[in-house]
Design a protein around this ligand. Sequence first.
Ligand code: KG4
Ligand code: ZN
Length: 375
Amino acid sequence: MRILAVETSCDETSAAIVESDGTTVRLLSLSTATSLSLHSKTGGIIPEVAAREQSKYIIPVIQEALDLAKSKTDPKHHALSSMQIPDIDAIAVTYGPGLIGSLLVGVETAKTLSLVWNKPLIPVNHLFGHIYANWLIDNRSSVIGKNDNPYAIPDFPLVALIVSGGHTDLLLMKSHIDITWLGGTRDDAAGECFDKSGRLLGFPYPAGPEIEKRAKLGNPKAYHFPRPLLHDAAFDFSFSGLKTAILREVQQLRHPALDAGSMDSRLRGNDINDEQINNICRGLQDAISDVLVSKTIQAAEKYNVSTILLSGGVAANQTLCDSFVQVAKGKGIMFHVPPKYLCTDNAAMVGAAAIFRNEVVEVDIVTANPELYFD
Ligand code: KG4
Ligand code: ZN
């Protein structure tokens, strides 16, 4: 089965062609455009700008994904002929969660192509997309943190952790259809905590990659920030207190003479030096990492599973992956994480989820759902 997948939930416009024999999913092509540079200085995504850029990029990325896949499977293929009815069995599209304006561009384009080309349409939950990036196989072996065999396919039952800019969720998957939500964040998502804390430190959006770079230079003993809900029996997360602890520390360093109650973060105060910033980054990353690793391992032990999956943009953090690898190895648990470029938003993961959750839906009833969670 060969699928054209489309992902436009936020600031990435992405199209991919994937092919499956029912066990693994081979990535034939991936084309992604991003409007990130237009948002980086504002500290977050501007929805109207993201939607406008989505409509600019959507046809070029679909065309490129088709061209790249076609030239791989048919060397005589002439790129410009690709908008003829392509050699695909279905179209998959992210229908939520995400920004309504961005989602609409992908959903309406996919619906139109489905009707014009007479191909079935498979709506995909973006969150399942992240998880299913773990089933993708490409021709690169630069898989981070994975087991010795980078092409190993996850075995059920398993515990899956999604850590992205908007979500932190833990699920128990006994099969592709027997799925139980174990817990999620009560306030900020892990990625949001990276981004908001990074903003306090003066980093552009998204701050995760910069915090990871700085954390490598930081002293692990300089800070021990709170690990919220670490010892709580439930599988929920909470990261807003951690962000507040970073805010307090930044204020304290800027205005050492003021007491906590009278501080005003808008006052410029002292500059924070590089060493202090690096130490805060290290403390922050260690706190997030400790909570994510230990909650996921606790869930695996409670439900007696020996496979865990990591997914979502925060999974691109190599240090976090290394911690998972180390703890999982010690407990005989198999750990999977997608290659870095498939952790952040992309259409390949949407195609993979469509293969296994193959839920063809009448075109007329597919609608963008920004609030979609787990169905
Ligand atoms: O999955 P994703 O691309 O978009 C959403 O669905 O939200 O995740 C984006 C999030 C951002 O919060 C970003 O800061 C975080 O992933 N991120 C990282 C790293 N790379 C991206 N967080 C920590 N370390 C990284 N290296
Ligand atoms: Zn995402």
